[in-house]
Write a protein of this length. Structure first.
Length: 132
């Protein structure tokens, strides 16, 4: 009998014109240490060893547009980051180099772009699973 292969998500990798610069932004945002750094590649992650973020240099990187526009590079993914205070978290992210998106689709979410242009959403969880 053949057993099913095991899959473990270890990281999400973001392309950037400068991997180290983008890694430093997310380090400041999430407080995660560097796990690995080499030319054109940086990995950060939580101390508990759970999945982290990786960054790689991409010389042909094109900043995505959000919301999407027909003639521009569309977003392929975004990060959702839970925070305890939406206003102060957004201010902190902006101080680190993020920009607030012009379009905000929900009052309990702040859409920003990281320094390379990847969209990210900060949110405060209003409901906890299993609590009703």
């Amino acid at each position: 009998m053949t057993s099913e292969p095991r899959f473990t998500l270890c990281a999400t990798t973001l392309d950037a014109p400068n991997a180290l610069e983008l890694a430093r932004f997310y380090q400041g945002l999430l407080g995660w240490p560097v796990r690995k750094e080499e030319p054109g590649w940086v990995e950060i992650g939580p101390a508990d060893g759970c999945a982290g973020l990786s960054f790689q240099n991409e010389p042909l990187f094109t900043r995505p547009h959000w919301p999407a526009v027909p003639s521009g590079q569309q977003m392929m993914m975004h990060l959702d980051i839970e925070v305890n205070d939406l206003t102060s978290a957004a201010e902190h992210a902006v101080a680190l180099g993020a920009t607030v998106a012009d379009f905000q689709p929900q009052p309990d979410v702040r859409v920003l772009s990281d320094p390379a242009g990847h969209p990210l959403c900060l949110f405060v969880r209003t409901e906890r699973p299993g609590t009703e």
